[in-house]
Design a protein around this ligand. Structure first.
Ligand SMILES: Nc1nc2c(ncn2[C@@H]2O[C@H](COP(=O)(O)OP(=O)(O)OP(=O)(O)O)[C@@H](O)[C@H]2O)c(=O)[nH]1
Ligand SMILES: [Mg+2]
Length: 369
């Protein structure tokens, strides 16, 4: 029953998350052939915005919106972890709140150990997602061509028994992706049939919390505090060096140290600003739901119309949309046309069920006669 309900969903959403350079954009490109989703070179961070691309699954006929997200990586000058969290949260909260059918969390099997950035990404992801949604999560390892089989197998077992264990225990599944189309389609095949759900961060934001007061926001704030501690230590060392250079009257060294100090001060300001922003950012749900809620009628209570208002508007087939090739968040204009479409579908549904109710009434009346 669950599968058939989702199969007829009007829209299917699958998000890709994970550290930078793990192949999120590459995975989407492989399925959609969308060159507008930019792929990075080597370990350079590439994606800065939440972007979407539509993949049409020929097996089910479903139109799947793949959501590309940037990996959390605070070494970038153009975007901070605060920006990334805010962009992801905004995308999820737009349009009356988006529900995801699945989330693919990627990890490079070629990494010899799980470094700081990978750990941070996983911690944020876990808090963002919440345990309830882990059944809709696939932990996908990439870059298999860069490791020997034995090494890959042992790292995979290590991941499954350590950092991924709590997620697997709560319902997430671990899979391999070899950069081929078949493996990408196979990963997608079970995910798109999942019942869509709401992430923990959405529930927290809906209850009126600031971004910094959400569980995922708290992880970012912790990271910022650790960074501030590091900066404070560096500043202390720098001041000592500056004093020494002043006593030695070493002009060149003093000039170099002054530059270092300026740079460090900028980083400290950035960290403070990000912390302030997290504490004051609210991301409420956007415009009203695409399928407006209404008071149940008699036909609803009889169970006929129940599926129509589940999740993202089930039992309605989506029109063949032009693939969304942008790498920027969806604009409100889209929400407007979606709402119009949903209203139209709702109206057709109303006419249909009114007709059914009329026919039932006539048949019942004639049987009574
Ligand atoms: N060998 C190998 N390389 C891969 C695989 N997936 C991605 N790559 C390469 O890894 C690099 C980074 O890939 P992206 O798809 O840009 O990574 P991303 O996760 O989108 O990274 P951000 O946008 O920075 O968060 C590119 O050079 C890809 O060609 C894979 O499965 N195997
Ligand atoms: Mg990317």
């Amino acid at each position: 029953m669950q599968n058939s309900r989702t199969i007829h969903s009007r829209e299917v959403f699958v998000a890709l998350m994970g550290p930078t350079g793990t192949g999120k954009s590459t995975f989407i490109n492989l399925l959609t052939n969308n060159d507008n989703i930019r792929v990075g070179h080597d370990l350079d961070s590439q994606t800065t915005d939440v972007g979407t691309s539509v993949w049409l699954d020929k097996t089910t006929g479903l139109s799947v919106t793949l959501i590309d997200t940037p990996g959390f990586d605070d070494s970038r000058s153009d975007i901070t972890d605060t920006d990334i969290l805010q962009r992801i949260a905004t995308y999820l909260q737009e349009n009356g709140g988006r529900m995801l059918n699945g989330i693919i969390y990627l990890h490079r099997i070629s990494d010899p150990r799980v470094g700081g950035a990978a750990k941070k990404n996983l911690r944020v992801f876990r808090e963002l997602c919440g345990d309830e949604m882990l059944g809709n999560v696939r932990l996908v390892t990439t870059n298999w061509s860069s490791v020997g089989e034995k090494e890959g197998n042992s790292r995979e077992a290590e991941l499954a028994n350590r950092i991924f264990k709590p997620l697997i225990d709560a319902g997430a599944k671990m899979l391999r992706h070899d950069k081929g189309l078949v493996s990408a389609q196979s990963i997608m095949s079970t995910l798109i049939q999942q019942i869509p759900g709401t992430l923990k961060i959405q529930t927290e934001l809906n209850s009126g919390r600031a971004l910094g007061d959400t569980s995922a926001g708290a992880v970012i704030i912790e990271e910022i505090k650790a960074l501030q501690k590091k900066h404070a230590g560096e500043m202390e060392d720098l001041m000592k060096e500056m004093q020494e250079a002043a006593m030695d009257n070493d002009k060149d060294l003093r000039a170099d140290l002054a530059k270092d100090r300026q740079q460090l001060e900028q980083l400290m300001e950035r960290a403070e600003e990000n912390q302030r922003r997290l504490a004051t950012a609210y991301v409420p749900q956007g415009p009203p739901p695409q399928t407006p809620q209404r008071v149940p009628r008699q036909s609803d209570e009889n169970g006929h119309a129940g599926n129509r208002h589940m999740g993202t508007g089930n039992s309605v087939t989506a029109p063949n949309r032009t693939p969304d090739t942008r790498t920027v968040p969806l604009q409100p204009a889209n929400a407007e046309s979606d709402t119009e479409y949903a209203n139209f579908v709702d109206m057709i549904g109303d006419i249909f069920w009114d007709t059914v109710a009329g026919v039932v009434y006539v048949v019942k009346s004639s049987l009574r006669m």
